[in-house]
Design a protein around this ligand. Structure first.
Ligand code: GDP
Ligand code: ZN
Length: 309
């Protein structure tokens, strides 16, 4: 009898797998899978087929017989060499981007960056604005209305008061989510409020703490109730826009899309070129000036990165 499972974590050839009957077991890749050159390609989040228990080698009770096709991969540049990709997690469905209404003060340019990274990885993005107890409700809703108009679902919560949490739980069901956002906004408070039994790696998830550690610590996946999984990855920012050609950045801004193709030059960078439809749309107010600024900053960085590698 074989069964399916999801790889939660693993290094050095041993993997923790969450089985469909809710067990967490150790498993190793079957020898022949390794020989086929797939060993290093197994990633957390992979759905696998396990062999019958007791057939494993090197002390693990199970073997991984098959890696099932992936729905998606979240990859970044290999941190050691700078070339080639490293899969952070597979089968991620969405990114939950958490910001605070205040303390720390939200920075829209950083939010834009997370959103563009999600778009670049073809992941659905949702925004959670937490700490709604600290500021006037209507002012905050107005501040983020732009993002709702762009098509990103927004949830307003207060972990302190328990507001809005009921609406967040269902959006995590039956899918795999990555939690992202600056440190101190309440990501772990939110998850602990929703899932008291969860032991989130609070330290690793906050990016400031994690600087320089991401090369050794891989992603880790928590099984949640209702078939949900939560990816606890050290900084989505490291994932960045890896693999995204500079020329594709403009497509990561949904409101740009209807204007693309209307610029005078086909390879317009939407910078100082004459007759740029994106710049014109920004001047006319159709595109938010802050969003355009985010695009320009990210483009500059991508150009610099391409020079480095
Ligand atoms: P993380 O770094 O994003 O995981 O943030 P934490 O969950 O560690 O929370 C950072 C701080 O914000 C802690 O002191 C929390 O108690 C506090 N906090 C979390 N949620 C709320 C909230 O809804 N309102 C207020 N006022 N404080 C909150
Ligand atoms: Zn242009």
């Amino acid at each position: 009898m074989t069964q399916r499972g999801v790889v939660l974590s693993g290094t050095g050839g041993k993997w923790r797998v969450h089985t469909e009957d809710e067990q967490i077991v150790w498993a190793v890749l079957r020898g022949r899978l390794k020989l086929a050159g797939r060993a290093e390609k197994l990633a957390v989040g992979d759905a696998v087929r396990l062999g019958a228990p007791g057939t494993g080698e090197s002390g693990a009770a199970y073997t991984i017989e098959e890696i099932l096709p992936r729905r998606s991969t979240l990859a970044r540049r290999n941190p050691e060499t700078g070339v080639g990709e490293r899969i952070v997690a597979s089968n991620v469905d969405q990114v939950l981007i958490v910001f605070a209404a205040a303390r720390p003060e939200p920075n829209e340019r950083v939010l834009d960056r997370f959103l563009a990274i999600a778009e670049g990885s073809e992941l659905a993005a949702r925004i959670v604005i937490n700490k709604m107890d600290l500021v006037a409700d209507s002012a905050t809703r107005e501040r983020f209305a732009l993002y709702e108009r762009l098509g990103y679902p927004i949830h307003f919560t207060s972990c302190k008061r328990g507001d809005g949490l009921d609406a967040v739980a269902p959006i995590l069901s039956d899918r795999t989510s990555v939690l992202a956002g600056p440190s101190g906004v309440g990501k772990s408070s939110l998850m602990n409020a929703l899932y008291p039994a969860l032991d989130l790696r609070v330290a690793e998830i906050s990016e400031s703490v994690n600087k320089g550690r991401h090369t050794t610590v891989g992603a880790y996946i928590h099984p949640l109730p209702n078939g949900a999984y939560l990816v606890d990855t050290p900084g989505l920012r490291e994932v960045g826009l890896w693999g995204l050609p500079v020329t594709a950045l403009d497509t990561c801004f949904p409101e740009f899309r209807e204007h693309l193709g209307n610029c005078r030059f086909g390879d317009c960078a939407h910078d100082a070129e004459p007759d740029c439809a994106i710049r014109e749309a920004t001047v006319s107010g159709a595109i938010d000036a802050g969003r355009y600024e985010s695009y320009r900053r990210m483009r500059q960085e991508l150009v610099e990165t391409e020079k480095t590698y």
